[in-house]
Design a protein around this ligand. Structure first.
Ligand SMILES: Cc1cc2nc3c(=O)[nH]c(=O)nc-3n(C[C@H](O)[C@H](O)[C@H](O)COP(=O)(O)OP(=O)(O)OC[C@H]3O[C@@H](n4cnc5c(N)ncnc54)[C@H](O)[C@@H]3O)c2cc1C
Length: 311
C-alpha cells in the first residue's frame, strides 16, 4: 500500500536524476478521469527525453516497476496505489512542428500533449482526416498506446511515425514498425512514446468542422459526460456492442458502493462521488461475468488497470 505524501528511498534516488521532477506519495485520483484510486510512490515528470531515458535506465538497473500515465482517460488506478515509478510526460516537452506540402501536412507533437491540440492544429492549417479524434479526451501518447478511435477511424490511420524512449535511448519507428489493431498497439517493451507525427491531407476544413460538431453533439446526447468516467469499459466484441450485451443482462443502472453502470450507456461506469477503485472493479467483474454466463460472450476490458487493487 503506497502512502500519500510519504517519501521513500526510491523517490529520493529519482530526485537526484537531472531533469526529473518527483512527487513522492502523490495522489493519482485527481489525474485520472474516473477520480478513484491511491497514490504513486514516485510520480515523475521528466523534463526532457534525456531525463526520461535516465529514469528508465535507473528503473531497469534497480528492477523498479514503471507505470506510464497519460491523461488518465482510460486508466483505473487501484486503491492500494502504484509502487515504483509513475511517469507522466509534461504536455510541453516538445514544441509543435507543422510542415505543409502541396497536398498534405505533417504535424509533430509531444506525446504528453492533449489530443485536442492535434485537432486544433489540423483545423488551423487547412488539414483534415482526424475528425474522429475530436471528442476523445487524453494525450497523444495514450492515443497511440490505445490506438484510440471510433467507428469512423483510429489513431494509426493518421499516424506516420512515433518516437519511443526506452532505457537504451530514443528513436523513431514508422507506423509499419508498430503492430496495431482495434484499441491496441504493440510498443517496444517498456517503451514510452515521446513524440507522434501525423500525416494529414489538405481538405475542406468547414466540412471537417461539421463532422466534428456532429460527433460532439452525439457524444453529449449518448454519453454520461458530466460524471467522472473512463469511457468504454469493454471493447466491442466482433459484430456486437458491449453496451447492448450489458443492457441485455439487466445491468444498466446497477450500483456498487458509489460506482454505477451508467443509466445513459451501459458500457460506461460513472463515479457517483466517493467511489473507490474496488467499487469500479467490482462492477467491471460483474459485467464481464454476467455477460459471459448469460450470452457466452467473453468481453475484453478496454480500460487499463494500474497499481494494486485491494480485496
Ligand atoms: C469521456 C470519454 C470518452 C472517451 N471516448 C473514447 C473514444 O471514443 N474512443 C477511444 O478510443 N477512447 C475513448 N476514451 C478513452 C480514452 O480517451 C482513450 O483511450 C485515450 O487514448 C486515452 O489517452 P490517455 O492519455 O488518457 O491515456 P491513459 O489513460 O493515461 O493511458 C492509457 C494507456 O496508454 C498508456 N500510455 C499513455 N501514455 C503513454 C505514452 N506516452 N507512452 C506509452 N504508453 C502510454 C498507459 O500506460 C495506459 O496503458 C474515452 C474516455 C473518456 C473519459
Amino acid at each position: 500500500m503506497v502512502e500519500v505524501g510519504v517519501t521513500t528511498a526510491l523517490a529520493r534516488r529519482v530526485a537526484q536524476l537531472a531533469g526529473c521532477e518527483v512527487k513522492p506519495g502523490a495522489p493519482l485520483a485527481p489525474l485520472i478521469s474516473v477520480r478513484v484510486g491511491g497514490a504513486a510512490e514516485a510520480l515523475v515528470r521528466p523534463r526532457s527525453p534525456d531525463a526520461l531515458v535516465a529514469l528508465l535506465k535507473l528503473a531497469r538497473d534497480e528492477g523498479v516497476p514503471v507505470a506510464i500515465l497519460g491523461g488518465g482517460a482510460n486508466t483505473l488506478v487501484g486503491d492500494g496505489g502504484v509502487a515504483g515509478v509513475t511517469v507522466k510526460l509534461p504536455g510541453d516537452m516538445f514544441a509543435e512542428q507543422v510542415e505543409l506540402g502541396a497536398d498534405e501536412g505533417r504535424v509533430t507533437l509531444g506525446a504528453g500533449a492533449a489530443i485536442v491540440k492535434l485537432v486544433n492544429l489540423m483545423r488551423g492549417n487547412g488539414l483534415v482526416g482526424a475528425e474522429f479524434l475530436a471528442g476523445i479526451p487524453g494525450t497523444l501518447g495514450g492515443a497511440v498506446a490505445m490506438n484510440a478511435g471510433t467507428k469512423n477511424g483510429e489513431a494509426f490511420r493518421v499516424i506516420e511515425a512515433v518516437e519511443v524512449a526506452t532505457a537504451d535511448g530514443v528513436g523513431w519507428l514508422t507506423k509499419a514498425q508498430v503492430p496495431h489493431a482495434y484499441r491496441h498497439s504493440e510498443l517496444p517493451a517498456g517503451g514510452v512514446v515521446t513524440r507522434v507525427r501525423f500525416l494529414l491531407p489538405k481538405g475542406d476544413v468547414a466540412a471537417s468542422k461539421v463532422v466534428m460538431d456532429a460527433d460532439l453533439g452525439y457524444r453529449k446526447r449518448t454519453q454520461p459526460l458530466s460524471q467522472p468516467n473512463f469511457g468504454s469499459v469493454f471493447t466491442n466484441p466482433p459484430g456486437d456492442h458491449a453496451g447492448r450485451l450489458i443492457e441485455k443482462v439487466g445491468l444498466k443502472g446497477h450500483t456498487l458502493g458509489r460506482a454505477q453502470i451508467s443509466t445513459l450507456h451501459a458500457n460506461w461506469i460513472v463515479n457517483l462521488g466517493g467511489a473507490t477503485a474496488r467499487d469500479v472493479l467490482g462492477l467491471v467483474t460483474l459485467m464481464q461475468t454476467r455477460v459471459r454466463e448469460e450470452t457466452g460472450v467473453d468481453m475484453k476490458p478496454e480500460v487499463k488497470r494500474m497499481g494494486a487493487f485491494l480485496p
